[in-house]
Ligand binder design. Structure first.
Ligand SMILES: Cc1cc2nc3c(=O)[nH]c(=O)nc-3n(C[C@H](O)[C@H](O)[C@H](O)COP(=O)(O)O)c2cc1C
Length: 314
Protein backbone atom coordinates (compact mmCIF):
# COMPACT_ATOMS: atom_id res chain seq x y z
CA UNK A 1 0.00 0.00 0.00
CA UNK A 2 1.64 3.22 -1.15
CA UNK A 3 0.24 5.96 1.07
CA UNK A 4 -1.81 5.11 4.20
CA UNK A 5 -3.27 8.61 4.37
CA UNK A 6 -4.48 8.41 0.75
CA UNK A 7 -5.95 4.98 1.52
CA UNK A 8 -7.87 6.52 4.49
CA UNK A 9 -9.04 9.41 2.31
CA UNK A 10 -10.30 7.00 -0.32
CA UNK A 11 -12.12 4.93 2.32
CA UNK A 12 -13.58 8.14 3.77
CA UNK A 13 -15.47 8.66 0.51
CA UNK A 14 -17.73 5.81 1.58
CA UNK A 15 -20.36 7.64 3.67
CA UNK A 16 -21.58 5.61 6.63
CA UNK A 17 -23.84 6.01 9.61
CA UNK A 18 -22.39 6.22 13.11
CA UNK A 19 -23.06 3.70 15.86
CA UNK A 20 -22.19 3.26 19.50
CA UNK A 21 -21.67 -0.41 20.30
CA UNK A 22 -21.99 -1.33 23.97
CA UNK A 23 -21.33 -4.41 26.05
CA UNK A 24 -20.29 -5.40 29.60
CA UNK A 25 -16.82 -6.44 30.72
CA UNK A 26 -16.30 -9.44 33.00
CA UNK A 27 -16.36 -7.20 36.08
CA UNK A 28 -19.82 -5.88 35.20
CA UNK A 29 -18.52 -2.49 34.03
CA UNK A 30 -20.28 -1.10 30.96
CA UNK A 31 -18.10 -0.44 27.89
CA UNK A 32 -18.89 1.27 24.62
CA UNK A 33 -17.15 2.43 21.46
CA UNK A 34 -18.11 4.58 18.51
CA UNK A 35 -18.01 2.55 15.31
CA UNK A 36 -18.77 3.43 11.71
CA UNK A 37 -17.81 -0.03 10.47
CA UNK A 38 -21.30 -1.39 11.17
CA UNK A 39 -23.15 -3.04 8.32
CA UNK A 40 -25.95 -5.46 7.59
CA UNK A 41 -24.96 -8.97 6.52
CA UNK A 42 -27.95 -11.29 6.30
CA UNK A 43 -31.72 -11.09 6.63
CA UNK A 44 -32.30 -14.77 7.36
CA UNK A 45 -30.75 -15.45 9.78
CA UNK A 46 -30.58 -11.76 10.82
CA UNK A 47 -26.87 -10.94 11.00
CA UNK A 48 -24.94 -7.67 11.28
CA UNK A 49 -21.21 -6.92 11.57
CA UNK A 50 -18.78 -4.30 12.78
CA UNK A 51 -15.05 -4.28 13.35
CA UNK A 52 -12.92 -3.10 16.25
CA UNK A 53 -9.20 -2.20 16.26
CA UNK A 54 -7.16 -4.82 18.10
CA UNK A 55 -5.58 -1.95 20.06
CA UNK A 56 -8.94 -0.85 21.55
CA UNK A 57 -8.95 -0.96 25.36
CA UNK A 58 -12.41 -2.51 25.30
CA UNK A 59 -11.40 -5.40 22.99
CA UNK A 60 -11.35 -8.11 25.73
CA UNK A 61 -14.90 -7.19 26.79
CA UNK A 62 -16.30 -7.66 23.24
CA UNK A 63 -14.36 -10.91 22.83
CA UNK A 64 -15.75 -12.46 25.99
CA UNK A 65 -19.16 -10.93 26.75
CA UNK A 66 -21.13 -13.01 24.23
CA UNK A 67 -23.15 -10.08 22.92
CA UNK A 68 -23.43 -6.39 22.21
CA UNK A 69 -25.97 -3.64 21.50
CA UNK A 70 -25.54 -1.51 18.37
CA UNK A 71 -27.08 1.99 18.62
CA UNK A 72 -27.41 3.78 15.29
CA UNK A 73 -27.02 7.45 16.23
CA UNK A 74 -29.41 10.25 15.30
CA UNK A 75 -28.29 13.55 13.77
CA UNK A 76 -28.42 15.35 17.15
CA UNK A 77 -26.05 12.84 18.81
CA UNK A 78 -22.61 13.87 17.47
CA UNK A 79 -21.48 14.80 21.04
CA UNK A 80 -22.33 11.30 22.19
CA UNK A 81 -20.37 9.88 19.24
CA UNK A 82 -17.32 11.92 20.34
CA UNK A 83 -17.78 10.82 23.96
CA UNK A 84 -17.58 7.14 23.00
CA UNK A 85 -14.71 7.69 20.55
CA UNK A 86 -12.43 9.12 23.27
CA UNK A 87 -10.63 6.62 25.51
CA UNK A 88 -11.89 7.38 29.01
CA UNK A 89 -12.34 5.83 32.45
CA UNK A 90 -16.07 6.49 32.35
CA UNK A 91 -17.48 6.78 28.84
CA UNK A 92 -21.02 6.55 30.26
CA UNK A 93 -20.66 9.73 32.34
CA UNK A 94 -23.92 11.68 32.10
CA UNK A 95 -25.59 8.95 30.05
CA UNK A 96 -28.65 7.37 31.68
CA UNK A 97 -28.32 3.87 30.25
CA UNK A 98 -30.32 0.83 31.34
CA UNK A 99 -29.40 -2.84 31.04
CA UNK A 100 -31.27 -4.96 28.49
CA UNK A 101 -32.41 -8.42 29.49
CA UNK A 102 -28.90 -9.76 28.68
CA UNK A 103 -27.39 -7.10 30.92
CA UNK A 104 -25.76 -5.06 28.11
CA UNK A 105 -26.21 -1.27 28.23
CA UNK A 106 -29.01 0.33 26.23
CA UNK A 107 -28.62 4.07 25.64
CA UNK A 108 -31.69 6.27 26.20
CA UNK A 109 -31.86 7.58 22.61
CA UNK A 110 -31.02 6.16 19.20
CA UNK A 111 -32.28 6.11 15.62
CA UNK A 112 -32.12 2.31 15.68
CA UNK A 113 -31.04 -0.34 18.15
CA UNK A 114 -29.87 -3.87 17.29
CA UNK A 115 -29.44 -6.17 20.27
CA UNK A 116 -27.06 -8.94 19.24
CA UNK A 117 -25.65 -12.27 20.33
CA UNK A 118 -22.02 -12.63 19.18
CA UNK A 119 -22.22 -15.18 16.35
CA UNK A 120 -18.67 -15.15 14.92
CA UNK A 121 -15.40 -13.33 15.48
CA UNK A 122 -13.05 -13.11 12.50
CA UNK A 123 -9.45 -12.01 12.16
CA UNK A 124 -9.43 -8.89 10.01
CA UNK A 125 -5.85 -7.62 9.85
CA UNK A 126 -5.44 -5.03 12.59
CA UNK A 127 -9.17 -5.36 13.47
CA UNK A 128 -11.45 -8.11 14.73
CA UNK A 129 -14.71 -8.44 12.81
CA UNK A 130 -17.66 -9.18 15.06
CA UNK A 131 -20.73 -10.74 13.48
CA UNK A 132 -23.83 -10.54 15.63
CA UNK A 133 -27.12 -12.36 15.41
CA UNK A 134 -29.88 -9.82 15.98
CA UNK A 135 -32.16 -10.97 18.79
CA UNK A 136 -34.19 -7.78 18.99
CA UNK A 137 -34.34 -4.37 17.31
CA UNK A 138 -36.16 -1.03 17.52
CA UNK A 139 -36.08 2.17 15.55
CA UNK A 140 -37.26 5.77 15.85
CA UNK A 141 -38.14 8.35 13.27
CA UNK A 142 -35.00 10.52 13.75
CA UNK A 143 -32.74 11.77 10.95
CA UNK A 144 -29.49 9.82 11.20
CA UNK A 145 -25.94 10.98 11.82
CA UNK A 146 -23.65 10.44 8.81
CA UNK A 147 -19.84 10.17 8.73
CA UNK A 148 -18.03 11.06 5.52
CA UNK A 149 -14.49 12.21 4.77
CA UNK A 150 -13.68 12.21 8.50
CA UNK A 151 -16.53 14.63 9.27
CA UNK A 152 -20.07 14.39 10.59
CA UNK A 153 -22.82 15.12 8.07
CA UNK A 154 -26.56 14.91 7.62
CA UNK A 155 -28.29 12.85 4.96
CA UNK A 156 -30.34 14.92 2.56
CA UNK A 157 -33.02 12.95 0.75
CA UNK A 158 -33.20 13.78 -2.95
CA UNK A 159 -36.56 15.41 -3.68
CA UNK A 160 -38.91 13.46 -5.92
CA UNK A 161 -39.91 15.51 -8.99
CA UNK A 162 -43.35 17.17 -8.57
CA UNK A 163 -46.19 15.64 -10.58
CA UNK A 164 -47.30 18.38 -13.04
CA UNK A 165 -50.60 16.54 -13.60
CA UNK A 166 -51.52 17.09 -9.93
CA UNK A 167 -51.43 20.78 -9.04
CA UNK A 168 -51.25 21.58 -5.32
CA UNK A 169 -54.54 23.45 -5.63
CA UNK A 170 -57.32 23.16 -8.20
CA UNK A 171 -59.63 26.17 -7.96
CA UNK A 172 -62.28 24.77 -10.34
CA UNK A 173 -62.90 21.60 -8.37
CA UNK A 174 -62.21 23.18 -4.95
CA UNK A 175 -59.64 20.47 -4.24
CA UNK A 176 -56.15 20.78 -2.87
CA UNK A 177 -53.39 18.28 -2.25
CA UNK A 178 -51.11 17.94 0.74
CA UNK A 179 -48.54 20.09 -1.11
CA UNK A 180 -50.69 23.23 -0.81
CA UNK A 181 -48.33 25.42 1.20
CA UNK A 182 -50.89 27.47 3.16
CA UNK A 183 -52.69 24.28 4.14
CA UNK A 184 -49.37 22.84 5.38
CA UNK A 185 -48.62 25.97 7.43
CA UNK A 186 -52.08 25.99 9.06
CA UNK A 187 -51.97 22.31 9.78
CA UNK A 188 -48.45 22.47 11.23
CA UNK A 189 -49.56 25.35 13.47
CA UNK A 190 -52.71 23.54 14.51
CA UNK A 191 -50.91 20.31 15.35
CA UNK A 192 -47.90 21.84 17.10
CA UNK A 193 -50.05 24.12 19.26
CA UNK A 194 -52.52 21.37 20.16
CA UNK A 195 -50.62 20.06 23.25
CA UNK A 196 -50.31 23.60 24.66
CA UNK A 197 -54.00 24.26 23.96
CA UNK A 198 -54.82 21.05 25.83
CA UNK A 199 -52.57 22.12 28.74
CA UNK A 200 -54.43 25.49 28.81
CA UNK A 201 -57.81 23.77 28.83
CA UNK A 202 -56.68 21.60 31.72
CA UNK A 203 -56.07 24.64 33.93
CA UNK A 204 -59.23 26.39 32.70
CA UNK A 205 -57.50 28.98 30.52
CA UNK A 206 -59.29 29.97 27.30
CA UNK A 207 -57.39 30.87 24.14
CA UNK A 208 -58.04 34.63 24.35
CA UNK A 209 -56.90 34.52 27.98
CA UNK A 210 -53.70 32.74 26.90
CA UNK A 211 -53.05 35.37 24.21
CA UNK A 212 -53.56 38.22 26.71
CA UNK A 213 -51.15 36.66 29.23
CA UNK A 214 -48.61 35.92 26.52
CA UNK A 215 -48.71 39.54 25.31
CA UNK A 216 -48.52 40.98 28.84
CA UNK A 217 -45.67 38.65 29.77
CA UNK A 218 -43.65 39.80 26.73
CA UNK A 219 -44.48 43.51 26.66
CA UNK A 220 -45.15 44.62 30.23
CA UNK A 221 -48.16 46.69 31.37
CA UNK A 222 -50.57 47.89 28.63
CA UNK A 223 -53.92 49.69 28.50
CA UNK A 224 -56.89 47.43 27.66
CA UNK A 225 -57.52 49.03 24.25
CA UNK A 226 -53.86 48.56 23.29
CA UNK A 227 -54.11 44.84 24.16
CA UNK A 228 -57.21 44.57 21.97
CA UNK A 229 -55.51 46.30 19.06
CA UNK A 230 -52.29 44.29 19.30
CA UNK A 231 -54.22 41.01 19.32
CA UNK A 232 -56.47 42.06 16.41
CA UNK A 233 -54.65 39.91 13.80
CA UNK A 234 -54.81 36.76 15.97
CA UNK A 235 -58.60 36.67 15.61
CA UNK A 236 -59.05 37.21 19.36
CA UNK A 237 -60.89 40.29 20.66
CA UNK A 238 -60.58 40.26 24.44
CA UNK A 239 -63.54 42.16 25.90
CA UNK A 240 -64.34 43.46 29.39
CA UNK A 241 -65.63 40.02 30.37
CA UNK A 242 -62.29 38.38 29.52
CA UNK A 243 -60.29 40.98 31.46
CA UNK A 244 -62.69 40.53 34.43
CA UNK A 245 -62.19 36.74 34.27
CA UNK A 246 -58.40 37.13 34.18
CA UNK A 247 -58.68 39.43 37.24
CA UNK A 248 -60.91 36.93 39.09
CA UNK A 249 -58.39 34.14 38.45
CA UNK A 250 -55.66 36.42 39.80
CA UNK A 251 -53.64 36.23 36.55
CA UNK A 252 -53.66 39.99 35.81
CA UNK A 253 -53.84 43.13 37.94
CA UNK A 254 -54.41 46.87 37.51
CA UNK A 255 -57.15 48.91 35.85
CA UNK A 256 -58.20 49.32 32.20
CA UNK A 257 -55.65 52.14 31.90
CA UNK A 258 -52.78 49.88 32.84
CA UNK A 259 -53.14 46.12 32.94
CA UNK A 260 -50.18 43.99 33.95
CA UNK A 261 -49.55 40.30 34.52
CA UNK A 262 -49.62 39.29 38.21
CA UNK A 263 -47.03 37.04 39.88
CA UNK A 264 -49.55 34.20 39.79
CA UNK A 265 -50.27 34.90 36.10
CA UNK A 266 -46.57 34.92 35.29
CA UNK A 267 -46.03 31.66 37.16
CA UNK A 268 -48.93 30.05 35.27
CA UNK A 269 -47.69 31.38 31.94
CA UNK A 270 -44.11 30.19 32.63
CA UNK A 271 -45.52 26.71 33.32
CA UNK A 272 -47.17 26.69 29.90
CA UNK A 273 -44.03 28.06 28.26
CA UNK A 274 -41.94 25.29 29.86
CA UNK A 275 -44.45 22.81 28.47
CA UNK A 276 -44.04 24.28 24.95
CA UNK A 277 -40.25 24.33 25.27
CA UNK A 278 -40.15 20.65 26.27
CA UNK A 279 -42.36 19.84 23.30
CA UNK A 280 -40.12 21.85 20.97
CA UNK A 281 -37.01 20.05 22.25
CA UNK A 282 -38.56 16.71 21.36
CA UNK A 283 -39.74 17.94 17.95
CA UNK A 284 -36.34 19.41 17.01
CA UNK A 285 -34.69 16.01 17.30
CA UNK A 286 -36.57 14.99 14.18
CA UNK A 287 -34.80 17.61 12.03
CA UNK A 288 -31.26 18.18 10.85
CA UNK A 289 -29.51 21.51 11.54
CA UNK A 290 -29.90 22.39 7.86
CA UNK A 291 -33.61 21.67 7.86
CA UNK A 292 -34.10 23.82 10.96
CA UNK A 293 -32.11 26.72 9.60
CA UNK A 294 -34.05 26.53 6.32
CA UNK A 295 -37.39 26.40 8.17
CA UNK A 296 -36.46 29.36 10.40
CA UNK A 297 -35.36 31.47 7.43
CA UNK A 298 -38.48 30.55 5.50
CA UNK A 299 -40.90 31.27 8.37
CA UNK A 300 -39.18 34.55 9.35
CA UNK A 301 -39.40 35.72 5.74
CA UNK A 302 -43.04 34.65 5.49
CA UNK A 303 -43.87 36.51 8.73
CA UNK A 304 -42.09 39.62 7.42
CA UNK A 305 -43.85 39.55 4.03
CA UNK A 306 -47.33 38.95 5.44
CA UNK A 307 -46.95 41.20 8.50
CA UNK A 308 -46.52 44.62 6.92
CA UNK A 309 -49.84 46.00 8.24
CA UNK A 310 -49.78 44.17 11.58
CA UNK A 311 -48.54 46.06 14.65
CA UNK A 312 -45.41 44.74 16.34
CA UNK A 313 -46.56 42.38 19.07
CA UNK A 314 -43.79 43.35 21.51
C1 LIG B 1 -17.16 8.40 13.69
C2 LIG B 1 -16.19 7.40 14.27
C3 LIG B 1 -16.21 6.09 13.84
C4 LIG B 1 -15.35 5.14 14.38
N1 LIG B 1 -15.42 3.85 13.95
C5 LIG B 1 -14.58 2.91 14.47
C6 LIG B 1 -14.69 1.55 14.07
O1 LIG B 1 -15.55 1.18 13.28
N2 LIG B 1 -13.83 0.65 14.63
C7 LIG B 1 -12.89 1.02 15.56
O2 LIG B 1 -12.13 0.17 16.02
N3 LIG B 1 -12.78 2.31 15.96
C8 LIG B 1 -13.61 3.26 15.46
N4 LIG B 1 -13.55 4.56 15.88
C9 LIG B 1 -12.57 4.90 16.94
C10 LIG B 1 -13.05 4.40 18.31
O3 LIG B 1 -14.33 4.85 18.62
C11 LIG B 1 -12.09 4.87 19.41
O4 LIG B 1 -10.80 4.49 19.07
C12 LIG B 1 -12.47 4.34 20.76
O5 LIG B 1 -11.91 5.16 21.74
C13 LIG B 1 -11.99 2.95 21.01
O6 LIG B 1 -12.43 2.59 22.29
P1 LIG B 1 -11.51 2.14 23.50
O7 LIG B 1 -11.79 3.16 24.55
O8 LIG B 1 -12.07 0.80 23.83
O9 LIG B 1 -10.07 2.08 23.07
C14 LIG B 1 -14.41 5.52 15.35
C15 LIG B 1 -14.37 6.84 15.79
C16 LIG B 1 -15.26 7.78 15.25
C17 LIG B 1 -15.24 9.20 15.74
Amino acid sequence: MSDPREFRNALGQFATGVTVVTTMDNEGIPVGVTASSFNSVSLDPPLVLWSLAKTAHSMPAYQTSGGFNVHVLASHQSDLSNQFARPSEDKFKGVSWAPCENGFPVLPEFAALFRCKTHYQYEGGDHIIFVGEVVDYQHHDFPVLVFQGGKYADAKIKAAPADPARPAIDIESGQFTHDFLLYLISRAHFQTSYPTRKACAKIGMSEPEYFCLSLLSMSGPLPADEIVSRLEHTGHHPDAEIFARLQRKGWIKGTDDEISISDKGRETFIGLLAHSKALEEQLLKHFTDDELLGAQTFLQKLIQITGSDIPELW
